[in-house]
Design a binder for this molecule. Structure first.
Ligand code: C5P
Length: 276
């Protein structure tokens, strides 16, 4: 039995308890309703193997209810890692950021629809027909809810302008803001209500799309780690992001790289609780 399978068995009882607790909770937090702060934290498992990912999962036991499986881990470990997380009772955000022609994206959505993830991302920049095809493909029972990624949090206004977006705008910052709002509206027109954006524009997006929309915000740096940006450009603390209208936060390296990940997670949960 490999490590993932062994750990999955050892966790069966814990998973049963988690599952019981989770069955009463919302699948994914949408607006600004009062919920357990752990429902708002998604920890990114950006690791090259399932074993490495599961080490962090073990160390965070009880601190969170959501894990994000992105391209690095999914391409390395596939569906097994999602199944392992589900067996332990966690909700899974499958962050594949699909972006291709509508037919191919629809096929990709169908391929992962039954694996047990609760959320799946597509790039809003793929256009309305692509997003509509994704929505159609995700209409089967048990399929994940779709989120549309607006402008990556790793891009700043100058980078966006360099790829040709907003060159006509007088200010690059305004262009970025306008592009996020444009993509948010496009996604909703295509039938995708949940969005991924940065804390810099979440307030404007919330105002544009209303209180019920699920707004997921990455690029979170805990209070006190303000100098740490890594490759991210549009960053904020958990307090700022929640206060501006985020539904859920994605945190990767600040937790994964910490000497005491559970301590950092607890600090972020306290920040979230402090806003509500
Ligand atoms: O390590 P860090 O906290 O910067 O990780 C953020 C996570 O959120 C990464 O897994 C990244 O892929 C994801 N993400 C992002 N920006 C987006 C969408 C997703 O950083 N717009």
């Amino acid at each position: 039995m490999d490590k993932v399978t062994t750990q999955a068995h050892a966790h069966k009882e814990v998973a049963a308890a988690h599952k019981h607790a989770q069955s009463a909770s919302a699948k994914a937090v949408t607006g600004s309703e009062r919920v357990d702060p752990r429902e708002r934290l998604i920890v990114a498992l950006d690791f090259p193997s399932a074993d490495k990912a599961m080490e962090l999962v073990e160390r965070l036991d009880g601190c969170c209810r959501w894990f994000k499986v992105g391209m690095e881990l999914y391409y390395a470990a596939g569906n097994r890692v999602i199944e392992g997380l589900r067996e332990r009772g966690y909700e899974v955000f499958l962050d594949l950021k699909l972006h291709d022609i509508p037919n191919t994206v629809a096929g990709a959505v169908r391929s992962v629809a039954g694996v047990g993830a609760s959320l799946l991302t597509v790039h809003a920049g793929g256009g309305e027909p692509m997003m509509k095809a994704a929505v159609q493909a995700a209409s089967t029972p048990g399929a994940p809810k779709l989120l549309a990624v607006t402008v990556l949090t790793s891009m700043d206004a100058a980078e966006l302008r360099a790829v040709g977006v907003g060159a006509a705008h007088s200010s690059a910052a305004n262009a970025l803001h306008a592009q996020v709002l444009r993509l948010a509206r496009l996604a909703r027109a295509a039938g995708i209500e949940g969005l991924v954006c940065s804390a810099e524009e979440v307030e404007a997006v919330r105002a544009a799309v209303g209180p019920e929309a699920q707004l997921v915000v990455p690029g979170i740096r805990p209070a006190g780690a303000a100098g740490r940006r890594d490759d991210q450009r549009r960053v904020a603390s958990a307090t700022e992001a929640i206060a501006r209208g985020a539904s859920m936060l994605v945190v990767g390296r600040p937790i994964a790289d910490a000497a005491h990940p559970a301590k950092v997670a607890a600090g972020i949960l306290a920040e979230i609780a402090g806003v509500e």
